[in-house]
Ligand binder design. Structure first.
Ligand SMILES: [Zn+2]
Ligand SMILES: [Zn+2]
Length: 168
């Protein structure tokens, strides 16, 4: 690919990004809020969703459970308000472990198996960044969590704080 084509590609990508994403940044006295309107879908396309609102957190999770979802590497997550989330096509299959006292709710596509989100705290959904129409909006993690379960082959983002378990 020559340079000109490459640049055209980048430009097209940016136009597409403008269509599917609205980002507003505003700075209040001591808090920077980023609100986003995101769209995404599962691998087969049966499930489609929209998520709108303030980004509550984003990071990489190295926990053992996430390794099952990703195939081994850390999971990139984006926490969004549950009130701003909805499926616009399809209905997810729901899984909770019955052997745990406070199991997470996991929602995934019954057809292709893609995990869309988990629910671990009230009022929020933890989106799997790989299901976004444009995963690049994640940009970079603000934190790396559950390093207690880190594997020797994991890379840790050097620009973000790290935590043994949850962010404290
Ligand atoms: Zn699917
Ligand atoms: Zn995890």
């Amino acid at each position: 690919m020559n340079q000109e084509n490459h640049d055209n590609g980048r430009w097209l990508h940016r136009e597409l990004k403008d269509k599917i994403l609205t980002v507003h940044r505003r700075t209040t006295a001591n808090k920077k809020e980023t609100t986003m309107k995101l769209t995404g879908h599962c691998y087969c396309g049966e499930l489609k969703y929209e998520a709108e609102g303030e980004v509550l957190a984003k990071g990489n999770c190295h926990c053992r459970e996430c390794q099952y979802m990703t195939g081994g590497h850390p999971l990139a997550f984006l926490v969004m308000p549950e009130a701003g989330f909805k499926y616009v096509e399809g209905a997810p299959a729901i899984f909770r472990r019955s052997d745990l006292e406070n199991p997470r709710t996991r929602e995934f596509c019954a057809n292709c198996g893609t995990h869309i989100l988990s629910k671990s705290r009230p009022g929020a959904v933890v989106l799997k960044v790989g299901t976004l129409d444009d995963p690049s909006v994640f940009d970079k993690p603000d934190m790396s969590i559950f390093l207690i379960d880190k594997q020797p082959f994991h890379h840790i983002d050097e620009t973000a704080p790290t935590y043994e378990r949850m962010k404290t």
